[in-house]
Design a binder for this molecule. Structure first.
Ligand code: OOG
Ligand code: MG
Length: 254
């Protein structure tokens, strides 16, 4: 195996140039701590280019995502400022290898949150919740990967869009949601698909981030994970989420 820095550079360059690469570990042999070290080193390159760390994304927190991608361990990735797409704005298709969109719910924190916390403690750290869309874009050709592959590739994290921030003091355990492309519904689901309650995803994020030495910070965003399978997106489309009670969010693909 080439070293961690080289693999991080390979994946970071693939993301920057929007050019797919071969899987680095098709058989899934790289130990997961090494895969996370590659992810960390690739994010370090973004930070050195001036991007800011803004949060965490969780992956494979719903069955539909696990089934779609054929993997069943919860994973996490790091969000940076360069990944945010403003609500209603246009993101250029040329920036991606083969993007997909998935409906999620996002948290923003008002307090740090670290280690083994209860759902009640996690909720007490939440400033607001919002309907959100994640744009995932595996840097591997054909969107095919092993578990270490996808972890090293920052859990396919590529973009995120956040809708209106809403009061977290309401029951958001089972909110109906749809993902639409050009106004046509393409996925239907519920926030309950996310570990039966999206707060569980935040609890996992607090534990995993702290274990990695990067505890969740006040002001950080946590993307809880796709509630449905992801959909391919194409230039010219408008992609939107509509969530019961919380409202909607969308973006244009340029
Ligand atoms: C990996 C990322 C999974 C989610 O929300 O479950 C993910 C992928 O499917 O490419 O973002
Ligand atoms: Mg996701």
């Amino acid at each position: 195996m080439s070293n961690i820095k080289e693999l991080a550079a390979l994946l970071d360059d693939a993301a920057r140039n929007a050019k797919g690469v071969d899987q680095i570990d098709p058989k899934g042999e790289i130990p997961l701590p090494d895969a996370y070290a590659i992810q960390s080193a690739s994010i370090q390159r973004r930070l050195e280019r001036g991007e800011k760390r803004v949060g965490v994304k969780m992956g494979f927190t719903s069955r539909s995502k696990m089934v779609q991608m054929g993997l069943n361990d919860v994973i996490w990735g790091r969000l940076t400022s360069g990944m945010q797409v403003e609500e209603g704005a246009k993101t250029s298709f040329a920036k991606y290898v083969h993007p997909r969109a998935e409906p999620e719910i996002a948290f923003v924190l008002k307090k740090p949150l670290a280690g083994d916390v209860t759902a009640v403690e996690a909720l007490a750290a939440v400033e607001a919740i919002a309907p959100a869309i994640e744009i995932i874009d595996s840097r591997y050709r054909e969107f095919k990967f092993s578990l270490p592959d996808v972890i090293a590739d920052n859990a396919s994290s590529s973009g995120f869009v956040i809708g209106p921030w809403c009061n977290p003091q309401q029951d958001f355990s089972n909110l109906g949601l749809t993902l639409s492309i050009d106004g046509r519904v393409v996925q239907v689901g519920s926030t309950a698909a996310i570990l039966n309650h999206p707060l569980r995803s935040l609890v996992a994020a607090a534990r995993l981030s702290a274990a990695a030495g990067e505890p969740l910070q006040a002001g950080w965003v946590v993307m809880a994970g796709g509630a449905t399978a992801a959909e391919w997106i194409k230039p010219g489309q408008y992609v939107s989420i509509e969530m019961e009670r919380l409202g909607s969010a969308g973006f244009h693909v340029g």
